[in-house]
Each structure stands twice: as C-alpha cells, then as structure tokens.
Design a protein around this ligand. Structure first.
Ligand SMILES: [Zn+2]
Length: 324
C-alpha cells in the first residue's frame, strides 16, 4: 500500500474487481491458503482461478480463488442444469471465464448454457459475459438475463469498454424487479429474485429442492464485503430474506461455499458493522476515523481485510443512510 496514496486507492478500488486485485497484491500466503479452504462440494475441475464444485445433482458452483493472481474469474458463479435447459450464473471478469464455464456446462450436461444470469453490474461479475456467445455456443447463443438497472450500469460504468459485451447486453432479456420470475428447466425451476443492498439492483438465484441459493454479492464468506455501492439497511434485509431454516448450500459472491454457520457468521459481521457505525455516527466521529478504529471481534473468526479503507467504506455507506 505504501506507494499508493489513500485517495488514489479509494478512487481505484471502487469495484469488487479492483478490491480483489488489490487484495491479491498484498495477501500473505496464509490468507491465500485459507481462501482455498477445504471444499464443501465435490471438486470436478480445478484451475488457477478457481474450482468447480458439485453441490447437488445438476448444480455446480465455481468458487474463484483470486488471491493466486489469475484474473480469469474473480467472483463465484455456477451452473444449474435441468432436462430442458442449463443456467449459467455470472459473466465473470473476462470472456475467457464465461467461455470456460460454458465449456464445463457442455462437458457436464451435454449442453452449452441456454440461459445466462448476471447478478449485478460489478465488473468481476459482468465484464466477461460475451464469452458465452462465442462460436463454441453450438446449441444456439443464450440470451443474457439481468435487470434494466444492471444493464444500464454496466454500459455506463464498466471499463474497459468492450463492443462484444455491449452487443451481448443489447439482447438482454430484462428481469422484472416487481417480483420474482422463474426459469423452468423441465424437471427443475430456478427462481430469479430481484433484491438490493450490495448495489441498487441485485439478483439471487434460488432452488428449493435441493435447497441451494446463489447469493451474488449479497453474501461474502470469510472476506470482508465491499460496501462501495451498498445500501446497508437494504443489504441486511436482503440477507435475512435469503436465509433458510433448513439445510442449505449458499453460494456466496466471494469466498468458499457456506452452510448455516458461515451464513450466520456473515450476518453477525454485518450487524457488528451496523452497531459500530450507528454509535460512531451518533458520536460525530468521521467515517475515516471510525473505520480506522474498528476491528471485528475475534469471535467472528478470520475475515480477510487488506486495508482499513474497506472498513471506512462500510462506515461511509452507513453514514449515507444515517444522514449528516
Ligand atoms: Zn459486487
């Protein structure tokens, strides 16, 4: 961090992709190892950028391991297959990431993805989406599904600009935000649920039986979340709505697969941030000072945090909501 001024750092690290790139640059080896902790699912493919884990019959999660420095994928994502179609989740950081997942879908299910869903606009989830529309898409090119707001934000903000991505997004099937929609895969239904809080437009993909939830960046596991666009009260409400009271696999946006204990630990982290932010706000402490003074209680375990600015960013998000 020493050669990057704090202000430059804040400006450069707005997106989750930058957040992770910086993390990779400074992560000690022990943390890199912890990131790739023992998988919860059965690993069916392992690459420098991540592992594909089978979490249920016909459902796989790509758990990215970005701290090794390979940026093909930075976020998690996955595949949900049914008799009549295959859903690919996330566009990843680079087209090569999406093309890789498409090829894995064909290898595992006999089909290239028929549906692609992007959960939110951040570059590490959206920038590679054109990779699904490559010439390898032998059974027809899938339409990209996301919300109108997400499409707008990708087109406005994401760098570098990319004509193939723009073209892919021009054919987006817009997901309504008035209520959930269903992708019918024959023997299986995937609920696509509009939510918000990590950004002002997020999607979760939810399967009821078996109970599997692709959370997008509403949930992070063992890495402190990026609040750059967060609306923290909405984030908490969305996370509470994602929680199930039966045995469930949660696929977070970043970090290893989660079960209930990991999910609840994340909820506790959000609560701890809220408690401290409200207290500091009441006391008139600046977000920078409050972030600088903040630590997570040891009882919440190891959370990868690479610079105090990530705490400051969380406090700033709360201060936006609390006013003043
Ligand atoms: Zn994000």
């Amino acid at each position: 961090m020493s050669r990057i001024s704090r202000r430059d750092f804040v400006a450069r690290s707005g997106t989750c992709a930058a957040h992770l790139a910086l993390a990779a640059a400074v992560a000690p080896d022990a943390l890199r190892a912890a990131w790739a902790q023992t998988p919860l699912g059965t690993v069916v493919a392992r690459e420098p950028f991540g592992s594909l884990e089978q979490v249920a019959d016909g459902i796989w999660a790509l758990i990215s391991t970005p701290l090794g420095g390979d940026r093909t994928t930075l976020s998690n994502g996955g595949i949900i297959a049914g008799h009549s179609g295959v859903v690919a989740i996330e566009g990843f950081n680079q087209p090569a990431g999406a093309a890789w997942l498409g090829a894995k879908a064909r290898e595992l299910t006999g089909r290239w993805p028929t549906h692609v869903v992007v959960t939110h606009y951040h570059a590490d989830h959206a920038n590679g989406v054109a990779g699904y529309l490559s010439t390898d898409a032998t059974n027809g090119k899938p339409a990209v599904r996301t919300t109108e707001r997400t499409r707008e934000l990708v087109l406005q903000r994401n760098q570098p600009t990319d004509d193939a991505r723009t073209a892919a997004l021009q054919q987006t099937v817009l997901v309504p935000t008035s209520g959930e929609t269903t992708i019918d895969l024959g023997n299986r239904r995937v609920r696509v649920v509009p939510r918000l809080g990590h950004t002002d437009s997020d999607l979760s993909l939810e399967v009821d039986d078996p109970s599997v939830v692709f959370c997008g960046d509403l949930v992070w596991n063992a890495m402190f979340p990026n609040y750059v666009d967060a609306i923290p009260s909405k984030l908490s409400a969305s996370v509470n709505a994602l929680r199930r009271d039966r045995s469930t696999v949660y696929v977070p946006g970043h970090g290893a697969l989660a079960r209930q204990p990991e999910f609840d630990r994340y909820v506790a982290v959000l609560s701890e941030v809220e408690r401290a932010a409200r207290k500091a706000h009441d006391a008139g402490t600046s977000a920078a000072d409050a972030g600088n003074a903040f630590t997570l209680p040891a009882s919440l375990g190891e959370w990868t945090l690479f610079n105090k600015v990530f705490f400051e960013r969380a406090f700033s998000a709360w201060y936006r909501e609390l006013g003043g």
